[in-house]
Ligand binder design. Structure first.
Ligand SMILES: NC(=O)c1ccc[n+]([C@@H]2O[C@H](COP(=O)([O-])OP(=O)(O)OC[C@H]3O[C@@H](n4cnc5c(N)ncnc54)[C@H](O)[C@@H]3O)[C@@H](O)[C@H]2O)c1
Length: 335
């Protein structure tokens, strides 16, 4: 049985906690034993984030700590699941790997590519496993699209467009989401999911281009193009939506013989010669899938080929390339 502790019990940690609960109920060999946060009030609060559906705050059923060293001493965990703000990922992931723990770290891997490259080296030298939470790689809605692309029942992809839209995050610790230096704007925080899934589905583009808007914070909105020789691919990441609007993730993909649209928790297929139909997929918790996958990798039951840390680092580098393009007015830059 692998023992897990979560470090940083804010918005996304609640979804992780729920994921472990699902795994434990399914008899997986992984158990969440404790939480650590510097702010003890976090163990009492309900926090609503974009993703929603984290369920009630069940911190009270776990042991809680405000001191990391004390938690490590008392709990003797195998895995630390880092749910800290982005600007702390490098410092804590490298320290914990060096101390001999396996580390699952929320996305983005680090605040910048330089830190990502250093962390890859530290992970390799530590002999411990590192995995970054590029969670769409475990999300049934995106895995169903990957299957359609790979098996090609409707032919090849001609165009693909992805969106992730919300109001400015309001739940974060110390306003960190609104500070470009700490969060990297919508590009590094939310758009990164679509950048990563585009790389996962289609491989590396030849060039990328982006335009951004700084209406509410630096990089509120980003509109990106990914140049492939045989298809048009684009994505929008937006924190500029009204406070009264709901989070939305969306894609539409034109294949040679069908259009496929994911919206509102449904994938609809519009074949050229048949009536439209909803794709029948099994949707579970992508957080449970992600943490279950990492546990199986640590137990040696499988190799992490699907979500390698070097891939998470490449995705951060591509977000940086998009921001460079935006600074040059949308220039097409090689990646
Ligand atoms: N996968 C996703 O879809 C998704 C969604 C939201 C956030 N995230 C990522 O998860 C990370 C955390 O985001 P969040 O929304 O949970 O932020 P948050 O601000 O709600 O939570 C961060 C928590 O860390 C705690 N903390 C800060 N410094 C600490 C320290 N030194 N030691 C211990 N605790 C400390 C804070 O008190 C807070 O509770 C970010 O990197 C974010 O990009 C991912």
């Amino acid at each position: 049985m692998l023992k897990v502790c979560i470090l940083g019990y804010g918005g996304i940690a609640r979804a992780h906690r729920k994921g472990y609960e699902i795994l434990e109920n399914a008899g997986a060999p992984v158990e969440l034993v404790a939480l650590c946060d510097i702010d003890p009030k976090q163990f009492e609060k309900e926090i609503a984030i974009n993703q929603g559906a984290a369920g009630e705050n069940r911190a009270k059923v776990l042991r809680t700590y405000t001191d990391l060293e004390e938690m490590l001493q008392k709990e003797q965990p195998d895995i630390i699941d880092i749910c800290l703000p982005t600007y702390l990922h490098f410092e804590y992931a490298s320290m914990l790997l060096k101390k001999g723990y396996h580390v699952q770290c929320e996305k983005p891997m680090c605040r910048n590519s330089k830190e990502c490259e250093q962390l890859l080296k530290i992970a390799e030298e530590s002999g411990k496993q590192l995995m970054v939470g590029m969670c769409l790689r475990f999300d049934a809605f995106y895995l169903a699209l990957k299957k359609l692309i790979d098996e090609a029942p409707f032919g090849k992809v001609q165009t693909a467009h992805f969106e992730r839209l919300s109001s400015l995050p309001r739940w974060g610790f110390d306003g960190w989401f609104h500070d470009y230096e700490r969060a990297g704007g919508v590009a590094l925080d939310m758009h990164i999911h679509d950048v990563d899934i585009i790389r996962f589905l289609f491989g590396e583009p030849e060039k990328v281009s982006a335009r951004t808007i700084d209406s509410k914070v630096k990089c509120t909105t980003i509109n990106s193009s990914f140049v492939y020789p045989d298809k048009l691919v684009s994505a929008i990441g937006d924190w500029g939506q009204s406070n009264n609007s709901k989070f939305k993730s969306y894609y539409h993909v034109n294949f040679e013989h069908a259009t496929v649209i994911m919206e509102g928790g449904v994938i609809t297929v519009y074949p050229d010669e048949e009536e439209p139909y909803a794709l029948d997929i099994e949707t579970g918790s992508h957080m449970a899938e992600e943490s279950g996958f990492f546990a199986r990798c640590i137990l040696g039951e499988q190799e992490n080929l699907k979500n390698k840390p070097c891939d998470a680092a490449k995705t951060v580098a591509m977000v940086e390339r998009l921001m460079e393009s935006a600074e040059q007015g949308g220039a097409y830059l090689e990646v």
